[in-house]
Write a protein that binds this ligand. Structure first.
Ligand code: IMP
Ligand code: MG
Length: 180
């Protein structure tokens, strides 16, 4: 049913699983002997976060925040607002921000600036997908799952108009779905 709106599958369930395990192992190596705090940027990263945290064998706490980026359709703008803030204090903690996709960089450059002002011990960014061709603001990425071309993708947490998040794979939506 949902599949008929998908033009092409970019990453299968199996490929996602393998890559998530690899990122988790990298994080585990880098933070050996430390306690980490994973911050999921809602809502797109909720599935990635759930799979990633279960593959990391380190003491770990989780928190969630939500931001809205004003923009229309499939692009974001530079104006970002926190719509749900963290529940925990991040001062002195080793933070890893977990995102679904890094696109223009508007959302994350703003978000990382805000979090840095709260004086964590360290802060790194982990994104499942990266679309470097679309970057407007530079953002330093420490962990990246896959680099993808400039196409609008959905599934594994990522949405178009709040739908398709529940697809177990990542695919490109047919342009006619969003009138493109
Ligand atoms: P940025 O501020 O342009 O980097 O936008 C980042 C946010 O835009 C992501 O967290 C996603 O919520 C959304 N986004 C960007 N590209 C896509 C896409 O291809 N599919 C679904 N959401 C996207
Ligand atoms: Mg998002």
């Amino acid at each position: 049913m949902l599949e008929q709106d998908i033009q092409e599958i970019l990453f299968t369930e199996e490929q996602l699983k393998t890559r998530v395990q690899e990122i988790a192992q990298e994080i585990q190596r880098d933070y050996e002997g430390k306690e980490i705090m994973l911050i999921s940027v809602l809502r797109g990263s909720f599935i990635f976060m759930a799979d990633l945290c279960r593959a990391i064998d380190l003491p770990c706490t989780l928190d969630f925040m939500s931001v809205s980026s004003y923009g229309s359709g499939t692009t974001s703008s530079g104006q970002v607002q926190i719509t749900k803030d963290l529940s925990e204090d991040i001062t002195g903690r080793h933070i890893i921000v977990v995102e679904d996709i890094l696109d223009s960089g508007n959302t994350l450059s703003y978000l990382l600036k805000i979090l840095e002002h709260r004086h964590p011990a360290s802060i790194r960014l982990c994104t499942l997908l990266d679309k470097p061709d679309r970057r407007v603001k530079p953002v330093k990425v420490h962990y990246s799952g896959f680099t993808i071309p400039d196409a609008f993708v959905v599934g594994y947490g990522l949405d178009y108009a709040e739908k398709y998040r529940n697809l177990p794979y990542i695919g490109i939506v047919k342009p006619e779905v969003y009138g493109g």
